[in-house]
Every structure is written in C-alpha cells, then in structure tokens.
Write a protein of this length. Structure first.
Length: 375
C-alpha cells in the first residue's frame, strides 16, 4: 500500500480462501422489536441471576488457577439434563462442552474434516455449517431439500451416495426453515454413508426443545459415528453465556480432546452454566410459552395471507414475497415499522423469531400493514 494509506484486510497476507469474504453475522440494530437472531426474549429469572452471582463469586476466588480442563462437573450436569429430558441414559464421558455450539461444530470439523475431506449439508440450512467447513479447510457440498423444505430419506440418501462426504450435517429443527427431520432420514443418511466410508453424521439440535417431536439423541446408541449437538443459547435463554455441547460415543469426546485448546472453557463460563442448569425447570417453562407463541405466529401469519413453513423451532419462516424488491424489500419495510426480522437469503422468504406476546403483536401488526402496502 502507498504511504499514508491504511491497509485493508485484503492487503494483508491472509489465506487466499479468506480474501474478499465478509464475516458472518446478522445486523445488531437498535430497534424496538428485535426478532432476528432466534434469541430467547425472556431475561433470566432474578433467582437464577443471584445464583450465578454466587457461583461466579466462588469461581472468582480461584481465578488464579486454570479452570477444570475437562469441565467434568458441567459435563455431568449436562449429561443428567439430557438423560432426564430424552429418557436415554447419557454418561459424562459421552458429553463434550465448548463456547457455544459453533465451537463444538468447529472442533468436530477440526477433528473429522480438514484438507482433502468433504462435508455435506442440506440447504437452506444453518450457514455456519458451510462457513466453519471452509475455515477448517474442509470442502463444502450443498445438497437441496424437498417441497416445503422437508428432507426425506430417499433424497438425503441420494445426496450422500453422490457426494461421498466425510462429514454430514443434518439440522433438526432446521434453521432457517423450522422444519423437523424424521429419524428415518437421519438413519438413511447414516447407513448410506457408513456403507461407503466411516462418515461422521452431525445432528444439530440447537432448537430441539421447541419441537413438537422428540430428540434424536437415542439414535447415538450403538452408532459411534452419530453426534448430536446442542446449545444453551436458545431454550436456556443464555445466548450471552456461550455454552454449547454434544452427546456422542465417548470416543468422539476423545477426538474433541485432541483439537480443543487447553482450558478452553473458562471457570466463569463453567460456573454460570452450572447455575443455569440448576434452574432447568423454570427455564423450560419459558420454552412452553415460546412454543405457544410460535404456533400463534404460524396461525396469524397464515390468516394475514402469508405462506408459512411448518415450524418446530422458536422461529417461523414466512413469505412468499416475489413482488418488486422481493423479501429484501419487505424486510426493509418491517424495519421502518420498528421490527427487525432476518433475511436468510431464501428467495421470497423471511424468518421471524418468536418473541414475547407484545413483541409478536407488534410484528404481526407490522406484517399486516406491510402486506396492505405490498398488495
Ligand atoms: N446451530 C444452529 C442451527 C443455530 O441456529 C445456531 C445459532 N444461530 C447455532 C448452532 C450456534 O449457536 P451457539 O453457538 O450460540 O450455541
């Protein structure tokens, strides 16, 4: 660069595959109604806030030492949560935790993907699957979904047989569509893949607590190549905590140990997550409310004339906007009404996160107003 001119990132010797790329992230705009990042709208209850303060105070007294590198107490509490909510016995050795499920997914690709290997996903889906693949040097292949964004066993099996991936992502309920994927499809993916080569199948259940159906976690039994990934960001209302985890055969956890940074989970994070897990029952009651609000959004959006994808998550995909400007134009007009939703790039569709009843009312009023203008 010329003297006096500040270099940009592209003037630095970054890896060629990062050149010209933009960072992932929804806009964090300061508007009255923010329904764009699938957060839980309810702040943590005061009793839990106080318990976090207690636990963190205790942890602070030991901050001169590194934290428990294996996070055994936390993994034990997560294992109990999974056992109680799925009815499937999960042991501490079969649970791994990291800073958000994004880090869990990154560690999975560091261990099972990488140069010369390929990961497959069924799009539209969570875009970080492909982005983390790329940043770990893993080739990314996107297969499609069927009508209404469903993923049936035959379609999924064909994609696996065609691309022969090393890692497959199945997101259920799927972000951004809200679609649940049946166990039959995951089993078809798993069996078709293993018939060709030992393939890791990652079931991303970030939103499963909001589902009408049950977790696919029991499928890990007897299948050491099947991993279920979870997070405390959504159902536990703790997106700011950054705590994700997985359940799998203990051998998968051993693989995570090979790629994790030492002491990756801070003592403060471990203490906070343990406090939140003590309040699981209260937090899951908020989930009940959000499921009811999600169902109300589906009904009301349909009544307003929108086409709505059935949802098993805490968000709803709606459209179809194929007038001038498409979904981007509707996104902009909703923002003018003070409502921020998400344009995930699915043609003609937008995604709204279920908020509090008041936020959802404001959103529905805005949609009705915009639909009138748009007609
Ligand atoms: N998986 C899916 C499907 C998601 O939508 C998200 C968050 N948007 C994540 C994983 C990552 O969440 P976190 O890192 O907060 O656990």
């Amino acid at each position: 660069t010329a003297p006096g001119v500040e270099p940009t990132v592209d003037d630095l010797p970054v890896r060629p595959e990062l050149r010209g790329k933009s960072p992932y992230g929804a806009p964090q705009l300061d508007v009255p109604v923010r329904l764009n990042t699938n957060e839980n709208p309810y702040p943590l209850p005061e009793a839990l806030v106080a318990r976090i303060a207690e636990r963190v105070t205790e942890a602070a007294r030991g901050l001169n030492r590194y934290p428990d590198r294996d996070a055994l107490e936390l993994r034990g509490a997560l294992a109990r949560y999974l056992t109680e909510t799925t009815g499937h016995p999960v042991a501490t050795a079969g649970v791994w935790a990291a800073n958000g499920s994004n880090e869990v997914l990154q560690q999975l690709l560091q261990a099972f993907g990488g140069p010369g290997r390929t990961a497959l996903g069924f799009e539209p889906s969570y875009s970080m699957h492909g982005l983390i693949a790329r940043s770990t040097g893993t080739a990314w292949v996107a297969a499609g979904r069927g009508a209404d964004f469903a993923l049936d066993a035959a379609t999924a099996r064909r994609a696996v047989e065609e691309h022969r991936p090393d890692v497959v992502f199945v997101c259920t309920p799927n972000n951004p569509t809200g679609t649940a994927v049946p166990a039959e499809t995951v089993l078809a993916v798993h069996d078709a893949a293993q018939a060709m080569r030992p393939t890791l199948v990652v079931v991303d259940e970030a939103y499963v607590e909001f589902s009408h159906g049950s977790s696919l976690l029991p499928l890990i039994e007897g299948r050491p190549h099947l991993v279920v990934s979870r997070t405390m960001s959504k159902a536990f209302g703790a997106a700011g905590l950054r705590l994700g985890y997985l359940a799998a055969h203990p051998a998968v956890v051993d693989a995570m140990q090979l790629v994790r940074l030492p002491y990756h989970l801070s003592a403060v994070t471990q203490a906070t997550a343990l406090a939140a897990l003590e309040h699981t029952d209260t937090l899951l009651r908020y989930v009940e409310r959000l499921r009811a609000e999600r169902d109300r959004l589906v009904t009301e959006l349909r009544a307003a004339g929108c086409e709505v994808t059935d949802s098993d998550a805490n968000f709803v995909q709606f459209g179809t906007f194929d007038g001038p400007g498409g979904a981007a134009e509707v996104w902009r007009r909703l923002l003018e009404h003070g409502v921020l939703v998400r344009d995930n790039g699915v043609p003609g569709r937008l995604r709204v996160t279920a908020g509090t009843p008041e936020e959802n009312d404001a959103f529905l009023d805005a949609v009705r107003a915009v639909m009138k203008e748009y007609d």
